[in-house]
Design a protein around this ligand. Sequence first.
Ligand code: SF4
Length: 357
Amino acid sequence: MITIASLLIDWHRKYGRHDLPWQKNRDPYAIWVSEIMLQQTQVNTVIPYYHRFMQAFPTVASLADAPLEAVLALWSGLGYYSRARNLHASARIVASNYQCRFPVDRCSLEQLPGIGRSTAAAIAVFSFGQREAILDGNVKRVFARYFGIDGFPSESKVQKILWEKAEEALPHDYQNGQIEAYTQALMDLGATVCSRGAPTCEVCPLNRYCIAAIERRIDQLPTPKPRKSLPQKEVIFLFLLRDRKLFLQKRPTSGIWGGLWCLPEISAGVDVSAYCSDQWHIQVKTLHELPILNHQFTHFKLRIYPKLLTIRSEKMALSDDSIWIYPSEALERGIPTPVRKLLQRTFSSSNNLAIFI
Ligand code: SF4
């Protein structure tokens, strides 16, 4: 009998991806790291980060033993840093509660920080060959089109229908690599053939049965997110420069960019010189306005007004969560993407630095 699972498994044999670095074995640790990195990030971007991460932390025990700072430094540039913090927290739980052996069932995996139902299912499938359904963003798109499901896929009632379809679509014969091939095929099809903007239905193994293709509704499915404009926040980032070194502060562990090194941030409109004097007892010698940087988060937009200051006084007291550091060394630390961009464009050559001194 032809089913979505049989079509996908056949297709995967010929056209699926078989040589991704995390496909080389069934080590749940390696699969877990790759699944977390692949959340919100494309395969090609993930691969070099994955190699560096696995080289630094080859086992769950080594990750559990590492300081969070070292984990964040390796994550720097990949974004969504809560993933790295959760990875680290989960490693410590697996080390202490499970003697470094991953739980084998999806429900126990779901109890670990940062592992939702779909990620837990993917780990259970690829590590232990369990019959579990996945439903990441790409798979939601494939199912919404194939089954012709209207409504924004992250809305709870639509999500419930999609999960039911995901369960129904699982292959009944799931041994001998069938469940792994089916799951990988779904991921690959969503990432390559059934893409968001320009799906290539003519080469899709599902095209004869796909409701969206049959009814010519591909551009309507999945239903887009209801539009609402994002609020905008405006802040000033301070480049405090002394002896060619920059002042950085570590963000509190919870909240945006938690645990990462950042330029001091103050609200837009605040008098910078007065703030520096009140906060750190320093006098500003020169102040340069740098080009504005816009950054978008899921829930709001951030407009950053960077200001570069050279300072007179050296009385500034340092806490454990602040450092003076050369810009080139700052780039080796765990820093948020907008700060990385600002450092790179401001200090791209030593000549740049010279104009500020
Ligand atoms: S036929 Fe087209 S829309 Fe339907 S699943 Fe395949 S690629 Fe997606």
